[in-house]
Design a protein around this ligand. Structure first.
Ligand code: ATP
Length: 376
């Protein structure tokens, strides 16, 4: 059990600034997730904590103890990489037992070792593979055994680098909840790297969003979801990406799509008549309009379906509203088709307002529209 603190960690490889000024304060037993696209600096952050990368600047403290000059093997961290190594000539059972028989772990009795192995193998669903050799396993099974090798060893901090990347979608989802339980049971401080926002939201006590080596936002899943600091974070969380619609303040509202979309101006936003901003609407928040009136706090807009695409079990609609394309993933979408006129109900309380920007430019969040009778 230990806290983990990084202060201003920075590392460049030649001209590439892999990480820049990364300061994190991770609580004892916290499951902390780093989320970011490829090349954002996630692995470099993890390796810096493990002592596998010599940072240019900054420091790491584990359990209050400075890691300056402390060798990786002396740090009492256990790290799982996306690519993993197992002893080819040992069975799964022997592979899992070996971390418990060495070094600091040697103090565990046979009974305690057995108990740990049992807990980990049941949680990871590999208890039926114990007698097999690594060559007799699928990639996903091998990855779970490698993860098991890390989790079986008691450590101050677990460092987990995309440990579920080789699993299929169904197994990943199952593994997520199992890992969450294991995390809660073992209460070991964990730093978990992923580029999968669903994994981050499901697993993290808190999430740090990383972009080009810098921290963009640190918060609980609810905070980063409901109050993304900018359009980068809003886009990183959600598939399909959040819709960003250019708007202008006119008569106390933000007007977009030739007047078809009207959203109240956020309170204390400082936005005045004629100012421009962006309205953010998540595709999964949009509903297909039914009945004569939209539900309270919903804005009804009329458009024409331009694209109708199946995404697994769901349908993604691209709807043209006054020349603006709005993506919606809404129940009931299978009943409409390209060229149909549809009503979309947009929940005003779930929309976001961001500063105006050029296409592709990320801009800060201004706030949420002030919806009468609602506090957010
Ligand atoms: P991914 O999700 O693709 O694994 P990441 O977020 O983990 O990416 P890092 O592996 O930390 O990213 O890399 C951050 C940046 O540093 C990238 O631009 C990468 O090319 C660069 N980089 C990382 N390690 C090295 C190295 N040993 N030599 C040169 N450049 C490196």
């Amino acid at each position: 059990m230990a806290t983990l603190t990084t202060t201003s960690l920075s590392k460049s490889f030649g001209k590439t600034r892999a990480i820049d000024d990364i300061s994190l304060d991770i609580g004892d037993g916290e499951f902390f997730v780093i989320l970011g696209p490829s090349g954002a600096g996630k692995t470099t952050t993890l390796k810096s904590v493990a002592g596998l990368v010599d940072v240019d600047r900054g420091s790491v403290r584990i359990a209050g103890r400075s890691m300056d000059g402390v060798e990786p093997y002396q740090r009492n961290v256990a790290m799982a990489f996306e690519s993993y190594a197992l002893y080819p000539q040992r069975t799964v059972s022997q592979n899992l037992a070996s971390p418990l028989r060495s070094g600091r772990s040697g103090r565990y009795s046979e009974a305690e070792q057995k108990q740990r192995i049992e807990l980990v193998t049941t949680t990871l669903g590999i208890d039926h593979l114990l007698r097999r050799f690594p060559r007799e396993l699928s990639n996903g099974q091998r990855q779970r055994v490698a993860l098991g090798r890390v989790l079986v060893r008691p450590a101050d901090v677990y460092l987990l680098d995309e440990p579920l990347s080789h699993l299929d979608a169904k197994l990943r989802a199952a593994m997520r909840s199992e890992l969450k339980q294991l995390g809660a049971m073992s209460s070991t401080t964990s730093l978990y790297v992923t580029h999968d926002y669903q994994e981050a939201l499901a697993l993290g006590d808190r999430i740090a969003v990383l972009r080009e080596g810098r921290l963009v936002q640190v918060g609980t899943p609810l905070e980063v979801w409901h109050e993304p600091v900018d359009t980068f974070v809003a886009k990183a969380l959600g598939q399909p990406e959040i819709n960003l619609v250019d708007a202008e303040v006119d008569g106390g509202v933000l007007r977009a799509a030739g007047g078809a979309l009207e959203v109240p101006v956020p309170r204390d936003s400082g936005l005045a008549a004629g100012d421009r901003a962006r309205i953010g609407i998540r595709p999964r928040d949009v509903e297909l309009g039914r009945g004569a009136e939209p539900a309270t706090d919903h804005l009804r807009v009329r458009g024409e379906v331009r694209l109708h695409e199946r995404l697994g079990r769901e349908i993604e609609l691209t709807v043209d509203i006054g020349g603006v394309q709005l993506v919606a993933v809404a129940p009931g979408a299978e009943q409409v088709t390209e060229g149909d006129a549809v009503d979309l109900d947009v929940p005003l309380g779930k929309t976001h307002v961001f500063a105006a920007g050029a296409p592709g430019e990320d801009t800060a969040r201004i706030g949420a529209p002030t919806v009468p009778g609602r506090n957010r």
